[in-house]
Design a protein around this ligand. Structure first.
Ligand SMILES: [Zn+2]
Ligand SMILES: [Zn+2]
Length: 260
């Protein structure tokens, strides 16, 4: 398990006024040795939101909170590196925790795919989201934006109630979508940075350099890079992103908690 105290001093639990984001996994596209794919735990005012549920994230989630404590799940798109642990969560919710009506927000393609195998005893309440959907999920106001990544993939602008700071999450995207679609001046942007500049243009993702350039154009204040392929040295990614961004950059260390 990684550190629960980050350089900016947030602890694992925070206080009610804090908005914290705990990294459950940050490997891009497939898990690395001992590391999980995309997933984050957002906490504010006692509400716990699981954002993306890639392989390995459910195991890490339970080192921070219990499965009964998950108030809502948001899934960015139907690629399995962003949702496959939902299968285990389904089993735990239905047969172990006997939960009902757990809200799961996802694009239509993923809702349809999952609903087809779900019966009336499903513990999940599927709610479709799409480009420009605005929805309050607990104390978080989400506004979604479709990115440059097939199939329908939704980035999010996340505004916590009673706190002026704003979080941006790019989900997966190529460089044809701009972070500024989430608004200028984000306090923290969690951006995919799948590879280094030498692979730009080879798949619908961004390099660390492109993530830094996009965050700079959006006048973001801090950049947390994630969805890094396991073959890439994250320190190199940070160096590349920092040069392009010109501001503070960290990579999303698994199980680290960051304060918004
Ligand atoms: Zn991905
Ligand atoms: Zn993807």
């Amino acid at each position: 398990m990684g550190p629960d105290v980050t350089p900016n001093g947030a602890n694992d639990n925070g206080t009610d006024d804090d908005v914290t984001i705990t990294v459950l996994g940050s490997s891009g596209s497939y898990p690395g040795p001992g590391s999980a794919c995309s997933g984050y735990l957002l906490r504010h005012q006692g509400f716990r939101l699981w954002l993306d549920a890639g392989p390995g994230t459910m195991a890490n989630l339970q080192t921070h909170i219990g499965l009964a404590d998950v108030d809502a799940v948001v899934l960015s798109h139907e690629h399995p590196d962003h949702w496959s642990d939902l299968d285990g969560f389904y089993i735990a919710c239905r047969y172990v925790e006997t939960r009902t009506d757990v809200p799961i927000y996802a694009p239509a393609g993923l809702c349809d795919m999952m609903r087809s195998e779900i019966d009336e005893q499903s513990p999940f309440d599927w709610r479709e989201i799409t480009d420009k959907t605005k929805v309050a999920i607990g104390p978080f106001q989400f506004t979604f934006s479709r990115t440059d990544h097939p199939p329908e993939t939704l980035a999010a602008r996340i505004e916590p109630a009673g706190n002026p700071r704003v979080l941006g999450y790019t989900a997966d995207t190529g460089p044809a979508w701009a972070i500024e679609e989430l608004g200028l001046g984000l306090d923290l942007v969690v951006s995919e940075a799948t590879f280094l500049h030498d692979r730009e243009g080879t798949s619908p993702h961004m390099s660390a350099r492109q993530a830094g350039t996009a965050a700079r154009a959006a006048q973001a204040k801090r950049l947390l890079i994630t969805h890094i392929w396991p073959i890439v040295d994250p320190e190199q990614s940070v160096a590349e992103a920092r040069e392009a961004f010109g501001g503070p950059v960290e990579y999303a260390r698994m199980n680290a908690t960051y304060q918004l």
